[in-house]
Design a protein around this ligand. Sequence first.
Ligand code: 2AM
Length: 176
Amino acid sequence: MRLFIAVNFSVETCVRLIRLQDALRAVATRGRFTTPENLHLTLVFLGSCTPAQTLAAQAVMDAVAFSPFPIAIDRLGRFLREGGDIWWAGVQSPEPLMFLQRDLADRLRIAGFQLEDRPFHPHITLGRDIIAPMPTKTVSPFGETVCNISLMESSYTAGKLIYTPIYSVLSNTPEA
Ligand code: 2AM
């Protein structure tokens, strides 16, 4: 199973993300846009996992302790790519988000996962292979309180990329 750990969003946040996608779509001459149900913030990408590793990842998620914390999406950015860019909604990096991501990654490594070493730049991919004459920009911040994280399975079904939550944990320490 190809797995990652992510934050999924409320309908309200997804609607705001879709508006950003629509602005991009309006000027794009090409691109593949993330389907609304696949919009998410990846915390850790695990890649291909055995059933034992899947259970180990669940145990790590059970072990992390985090209080609910707010996140804000405040910009539209892109990773430059030959032939078409990856456009994303940028997420601010408050300490609770960065701590949770680091804590998960550290514990997963201790549990034997070999994770990629790239730095964590919190973002929500809006589309790929995009050619759009649009400047990157800040947007009025919007967001929500993160109360749970999910272990997601990534699969292709009938040629369609599907992300399915297979395990979730709730924040487990009360807000101060
Ligand atoms: P991305 O949105 O920046 O592409 C499922 O593929 C999720 O895992 C995506 O959100 C993707 O981030 C993230 N991810 C991180 N590293 C990845 C990798 N090496 N291959 C595929 N997805 C990766």
